[in-house]
Ligand binder design. Structure first.
Ligand code: ATP
Length: 369
C-alpha cells in the first residue's frame, strides 16, 4: 500500500472477550488522545487487548491470563472500523476466535499473516513489563529488536527464520559428536552476517532517534544505545567460530553468533540501572524512537496502546510523556484507574480529551463518553 495513510479507529465492537460481554464503542468525532478509565478489573486492559488482537491476531498477555473467550461462551469476536486507510472508504478489520481456530478478516476477506508493509493498521503497546525488557532475559531484547528491524527490512523475517533453521542444524551436528568439518558453517556465517547487518543498520537510526526523543528526561542525559553482535567483531565470525570450535565441541552447542546478540541503554559507557518509573519512561522513549525510524522508512503512523502508563510517574514526568505522545499525531488509547490526568493537562494545551469510561460487567456493556 503506497498512498500515505493515517489510520484512525472510528468504532469498535467486542463480544465475549474475557469479561467484555458486548461492548460497542463509537469514536466518531473524538480527539486523538482517548482515556479508558474505570475501576480495577473492569476490562480496560482487555479493551486494549481487543485492539491488539485485531492488529496481530494474537494476545500480548500470554497463557497465564487464561482463556480469551468469556467463561461459558463458545467464541469471541472483535470488529474495528477504521478511517484514513483507503481514501474515504471505511476499512473493517475483524477477528474471531473459537478456542481452536482464529480467523482475521480485512473488509470481509480472510487474511492470514499481514506484514507491516501490507497492513497499515499497526498498534503498538507500551506498558508491559518495562523492567523485564531492560534488565531481564536478553531473548526479550532480541525479540523486541528483531520485531522493529522487521518493520524497516521486509526480508528480515525470512532471513532470520533461515538463520534459526541453520542454527538448529549446526547445533544438532555438535550434539551428535561433530566429527567431520561442519558443512553448515558457510551458510551459517552468511545468514548471521545478514541478520547482524540489518540489526546494525537499524541500531544506527534508532540510536539517533533515541537521543532526540530522550531530551525531555534528565535521567536519560548522556545515555546511548549499545549493541553487541554476539561475537567479538574485532575478528570475522568465521575466525571467531574457528577459535571457539574446541569449546563448542565440548559444550555441544553453538556459542557465538547473532543468537547471542544483545542491546542495552548505557550511560557514560556503563549499564544504566532504572527504577520502575524510569524504566517505563525509557521504554516509551525507545518505542517512540523506533516508530520514528519506521515512519522514516515509509510506514504510516501506528496507533498507540498505553496501558496504565501514569502509575509510578511523578506529575512532571507524566506531563512530558503525554506531550511526547501528543506529538505523534496518532490515536492513543490510555488506560488508567482514574482518567483525570489527561483531562487536567488539556487545560493548558487547549486540546480536548474525551473521557471514556468502561462500566462494570453486567449483561451488556457500553464504553461511553
Ligand atoms: N475468560 C474469562 N471470562 C470471564 N472473565 C475473565 C476471563 N478472563 C479474564 N477475566 C476477567 O476479566 C477482568 C478484566 O481484567 P482487565 O485486566 O482487563 O481489567 P483492568 O480494568 O485492566 O484492571 P486493572 O485496573 O486492575 O489493571 C478480570 O477481572 C478477569 O478476572
Amino acid at each position: 500500500m503506497n498512498a500515505i495513510v493515517s489510520p484512525r479507529l472510528s468504532s469498535l465492537r467486542v463480544r465475549h472477550l474475557r469479561n467484555l460481554r458486548e461492548l460497542v464503542w463509537d469514536l466518531s468525532g473524538t480527539a486523538q488522545q482517548l482515556v479508558i478509565s474505570g475501576p480495577n478489573g473492569v476490562g480496560k486492559t482487555t479493551l486494549l487487548e481487543a485492539l491488539y488482537l485485531l492488529s496481530r491476531g494474537r494476545s500480548f498477555r500470554g497463557r497465564k491470563a487464561g482463556p480469551l473467550i468469556m467463561d461459558g461462551a463458545e467464541r469471541m469476536s472483535i470488529e474495528g472500523r477504521f478511517q484514513g486507510v483507503e481514501g474515504d472508504q471505511e476499512t473493517i478489520l475483524a477477528f474471531e476466535w473459537s478456542g481452536f481456530e482464529g480467523i482475521r478478516r480485512w473488509n470481509g476477506r480472510p487474511v492470514t499473516r499481514l506484514s507491516p508493509f501490507e497492513n497499515p493498521i499497526r498498534f503498538k503497546l507500551v506498558g508491559e513489563n518495562p523492567q523485564g525488557l531492560l534488565a531481564g532475559d536478553p531473548t526479550l531484547r532480541r525479540t523486541f529488536l528483531d520485531w522493529n528491524v522487521f518493520h524497516v527490512e521486509p526480508q528480515f523475517g525470512r532471513v532470520r527464520s533461515e538463520f534459526r533453521r541453520v542454527l538448529d542444524q549446526r547445533n544438532a551436528w555438535l550434539r551428535n559428536g561433530s566429527r567431520e568439518s561442519c558443512v553448515w558453517d558457510p551458510i551459517f556465517v552468511d545468514l548471521a552476517q545478514q541478520v547482524h547487518q540489518a540489526r546494525s543498520d537499524f541500531l544506527v537510526a534508532w540510536q539517533a532517534a533515541f537521543a532526540e526523543a530522550a531530551k525531555p528526561f534528565a535521567f536519560l542525559a548522556q545515555c546511548a544505545l549499545s549493541y553487541s553482535a554476539g561475537w567479538s567483531v574485532e575478528s570475522t565470525l568465521d575466525e571467531a567460530l574457528r577459535a571457539t570450535r574446541a569449546t563448542e565441541r565440548h559444550r555441544r552447542q553453538t556459542l557465538i553468533g547473532p543468537q547471542r546478540a544483545d542491546w542495552s541503554i548505557q550511560q557514560n559507557a556503563r549499564l544504566m540501572r532504572f527504577s520502575r518509573g524510569q524504566a517505563k519512561v525509557a521504554v516509551c522513549v525507545l518505542q517512540i524512537a523506533a516508530e520514528q525510524v519506521h515512519r522514516a522508512g515509509g510506514l504510516s503512523p501506528c496507533l498507540w496502546l498505553l496501558d496504565d502508563l501514569h502509575a509510578e510517574l511523578d506529575v512532571e514526568t507524566r506531563t512530558r510523556i503525554e506531550q511526547l505522545y501528543r506529538m505523534q499525531e496518532a490515536q492513543c488509547f490510555w488506560t488508567h484507574v482514574r482518567g483525570d490526568h489527561l483531562r487536567a493537562a488539556e487545560g493548558s494545551s487547549g486540546q480536548s480529551t474525551p473521557m471514556f469510561h468502561v462500566e462494570h460487567p453486567r449483561t451488556s456493556q457500553r464504553a461511553c463518553v
